[in-house]
Write a protein that binds this ligand. Structure first.
Ligand code: AHG
Ligand code: MN
Ligand code: MN
Length: 358
């Protein structure tokens, strides 16, 4: 009989790699699997129940909230706050930290999340997702969690993952021991291991960018995309095909499995996009951790994403992620053709290095 590995069993096996683990982290990942099933159930019925469309409210980003944004956010907060495993949380949908009521105890971990990614696609039945990032708290257990626990560099994450609500529902996560994908078997209500030890292929699969904004790109990014698409003598391939869905989780998942590079660069459209559109703490950093664990790399075009120290919860970052060789080439194009932009950008971000890094 082929071995059936549920996500709980997989996490327990991973836990055995850490003799000092006390099971709290395992329980936290179990909680993540539970909220993923609840959101997946709602997304699957979205066309049938009154959950489609706009919620009639806007989030901290000033973006119109979809009912599923609000449902997913509420589900995660409700499922996680009472467990006593997290001391504080942060969501794309809420301006400030989400405090955990004292009666629920004061956990060792911190959760940051994008409850529903790709909201603009919900009503058109295009894949959407949930992205999450887990840190260990850095403040003492005697005090409630605070911003200091939330604003940590990506290299300190203890786990990161995403759920993709696509042709099937998959949960992909890393706890620093490789990247593993689980597919939801709705008849069992279990996530079963379907993609063990995911590694990004070396072949330059697809490139993924919103080409509609090409006119706003800096010269370095424009030349980089020309290089990607075979229009210069040293291009990586005669022509890389373009795929772009507008749901980060779907575009990232395809890049992880098929190879290639995804980019959401800074652009000159307006001040809001001067560091791109994607948020560092709950979109770029968790996906950067996963990609690094899968043998790829993620950069803001100047620095490794994992070395950026967030200064505020909803800070944006330019995002290049995927095949390490292709992403480092983006850094070279930006260093060569966007030198002035890069100097100004360096003054606006704080970079810290992992202690083990040279
Ligand atoms: P969210 O729905 O969580 O706000 O994220 C939307 C993001 C991301 O999913 C995607 O990569 C990007 O927006 C698409 O933006 P454009 O429409 O500007 O390409
Ligand atoms: Mn998002
Ligand atoms: Mn979102």
């Amino acid at each position: 009989m082929t071995q059936i590995t549920t996500i709980e069993r997989h996490i327990l096996d991973q836990q055995r790699l850490f003799p000092e683990a006390r099971g709290t982290f395992t329980q936290l990942m179990y909680d993540v699997g539970l909220f993923a099933k609840l959101i997946a159930r709602e997304v699957r019925h979205a066309g049938l129940v009154d959950i489609l469309g706009r919620a009639g409210s806007t989030n901290i980003q000033g973006e119109e909230q979809q009912k599923l944004d609000v449902y997913a956010h509420d589900t995660i907060v409700r499922m996680m706050e009472y467990t006593g495993r997290v001391c504080i949380m942060a969501s794309e949908e809420i301006a400030g930290p989400i405090r955990v009521p004292e009666e629920y105890g004061c956990g060792d971990y911190v959760l940051l999340f994008d409850p529903l990614d790709g909201s603009s696609n919900i009503d058109y039945n295009v894949s959407t997702g949930t992205i999450f990032s887990v840190h260990r708290r850095v403040t003492s257990c005697e005090t409630p969690g605070g911003l200091e626990d939330l604003l940590q560099p990506g290299y300190r994450q203890v786990a990161a993952g995403y759920v993709i609500y696509g042709s099937s529902t998959m949960l992909v996560y890393t706890a620093g021991q490789g990247v593993h994908g689980f597919t939801l078997d709705a008849s069992l209500g279990e996530f079963l291991l379907s993609h063990p030890d995911i590694r990004i292929p070396d072949a330059p699969g697809y490139y993924s960018v919103n080409a509609g904004y090409a006119r706003y790109w800096t010269e370095g990014v424009r030349r980089y995309v020309e290089w990607l698409t075979g229009r210069t003598p040293d291009s990586p391939a005669p022509a890389m095909p373009l795929r772009y869905t507008g749901s980060l989780v779907a575009d990232f998942h395809r890049t992880l499995l098929a190879g290639g590079v995804f980019l959401y660069p800074a652009d000159t459209r307006d001040a809001a996009h001067s560091h791109g559109k994607l948020r560092l703490c709950y979109e770029c950093a968790p996906l950067a951790f996963i990609m690094a664990q899968a043998g790829g790399y993620a950069s803001d075009g100047v620095n490794p994403i994992l070395n950026l120290l967030p200064r505020e919860l909803h800070q944006r970052a330019p995002f290049f992620v995927g095949n390490a060789r292709l992403v480092r080439e983006a850094e070279r194009f930006i260093a060569r053709y966007d030198a002035d932009w890069a100097v100004a950008y360096r003054d606006q971000v704080v970079v810290v290095r992992e202690p083990t890094e040279a």
